[in-house]
Design a binder for this molecule. Structure first.
Ligand code: SF4
Length: 91
C-alpha cells in the first residue's frame, strides 16, 4: 500500500489498512553515516532511505551493505596450509 505517513506516496510493505506496521508507526530518518548515499530520498517530512525503514540499524554491525558512498571491505579467506602435509610435499 502507499505510505500515508513520512514517505507519502511510496509503495510500502509495512503500510496496511490500519496504518504503518513498522516499529513506532513510521520509518526512521537517515543517520550521519548515510550522508552521501544515493539511496537517500527527500520528503517534506525529512530524509529517508529508499531501501531500509531504520537506516541506523544498518550501521550497527559495520558498513551498510547497500550503501553507495562507501564499500564494505571484502575479506578473502586464505587457504589454510597444513604444516605437516606441506613439509611432506617438500621431500
Ligand atoms: S542504503 Fe544504507 S547507507 Fe544508504 S541511505 Fe540506506 S541505510 Fe543509509
Amino acid at each position: 500500500m502507499l505510505c500515508i505517513t513520512v514517505k507519502e506516496g511510496v509503495d510500502c510493505f509495512f503500510m496496511k489498512k490500519n496504518g504503518c506496521q513498522y516499529n513506532q508507526g513510521s520509518c526512521a530518518q537517515i543517520g550521519e553515516e548515510c550522508k552521501g548515499c544515493q539511496k537517500i530520498q527527500d520528503f517534506p517530512s525529512g530524509q529517508y532511505c529508499e531501501s531500509f525503514p531504520d537506516p541506523a540499524r544498518r550501521w550497527t554491525v559495520g558498513i551498510c551493505n547497500m550503501a553507495t558512498h562507501v564499500k564494505a571491505e571484502v575479506t578473502t579467506k586464505k587457504h589454510k596450509v597444513n604444516p605437516i602435509k606441506a613439509s611432506k610435499r617438500g621431500h
